[in-house]
Design a protein around this ligand. Structure first.
Ligand code: NAI
Ligand code: 15L
Length: 272
């Protein structure tokens, strides 16, 4: 975002703050609020000026009520972020999300940015272009739990007026690591911009958007979410030559290459 952007919250909450993207957004979000409350089940390190640290489990209703007191808006990254067994997914991504929204309702918090995932639609093919209006085709229990999260957000918009932007993040990393990420890459700067737009766009109701940079290879069409004003500044194209030199040409009949979800389409606890 431009440094002069006049965005200021009194207190923002960032969940999943001890995680990978939490570490990316922690210093960046501080610029837009007086107080940044950080939460995770894991230790959060020392508090910097203007930070509040809360160690909490997402599925602990009392802890969530305590966590959301005095908060203006939430950036919710917390939860299981890859395929896993059902119980931890159930606790964090389903029961935990319900407890978070119930606490938001209790405290009158009206804006949530929800870190959803491209794995909600991982079983679309890589030769298809889809929009957020296409029906979910989850590739994992994890993707299924994110589809639930989006539906929960939709319910809390209609029933309780809590506005959410569900960002189906592609692959947000410092650099493009493989050929699939030529389509899925979301740079950290573009992630910051998208989260800020999601926090501050005047009316979002429940908006679903894909989180990707201005990549040359496109599987996801975000036109319907133009009202967010998101204008990605980075593109995976600048890294294409390096990636294609590093990674051999792939077999188009390999399910990991055929489907948008990549290697997630064969992950799972199903054979345990
Ligand atoms: P991460 O796994 O590094 O961070 C998630 C954090 O949530 C961890 O620090 C973990 O301790 C915390 N957490 C897990 N279960 C919890 C519970 N029951 N109670 C409290 N805290 C709990 O994941 P990462 O990569 O930082 O992703 C952040 C969010 O963005 C996740 O929700 C993930 O699903 C989503 N996402 C990330 C993508 C990426 O490219 N990194 C792509 C798509 C979605
Ligand atoms: C995700 O949902 C994961 O959280 C992240 O670790 C990546 O694997 C990403 O999707 C991806 O599809 O690359």
């Amino acid at each position: 975002m431009a440094p002069h952007t006049p965005i200021r919250f009194r207190r923002l909450l960032l969940t999943g703050a001890a995680g990978y993207l939490g570490g990316v957004l922690r210093p960046r979000l501080k610029a837009y609020c007086d107080t940044l409350r950080l939460s995770d089940r894991r230790p959060l390190g020392p508090a910097a000026p203007g930070e509040e640290l809360v160690v909490a489990e997402l599925d602990d209703a009392a802890a969530m009520l305590n966590l959301l007191a005095g908060v203006d808006a939430i950036v919710h990254l917390g939860g299981i972020s890859v395929e896993a067994a059902w119980q931890p997914i159930l606790a964090a991504n389903i029961d935990g999300l319900f407890k978070l929204y119930e606490a938001a309702r209790h405290h009158g918090v009206k804006r949530v940015v929800f870190a959803s995932s491209n794995h909600v639609t991982g079983f679309y093919r890589q030769d298809e272009v889809i929009t957020p209006q296409h029906m979910p085709k989850p590739d994992t229990l994890y993707g299924l739990s994110k589809a639930f999260g989006e539906n929960l957000a939709q319910l809390y918009w209609h029933r309780h007026g809590i506005q959410t932007v569900s960002i189906r993040i592609g692959s947000s990393t410092a650099e493009v690591a493989d050929r699939r990420m030529l389509a899925t890459w979301l740079s950290h700067d573009d992630l910051e911009q998208l989260v800020l737009r999601a926090l501050t766009a005047p009316v979002v109701g429940h908006t679903v958007v894909y989180g990707l940079s201005d990549n040359g290879t496109r599987w996801w069409d975000n036109t319907s979410a133009a009202h967010l004003g998101y204008r990605p500044q980075d593109s995976s194209e600048l890294q294409r030559a390096r990636v294609e030199a590093q990674q051999p040409v792939l077999d188009p009949n390999d399910p990991h290459v055929m489907y948008q979800g990549g290697r997630f389409v064969t992950l799972g606890p199903f054979d345990a």
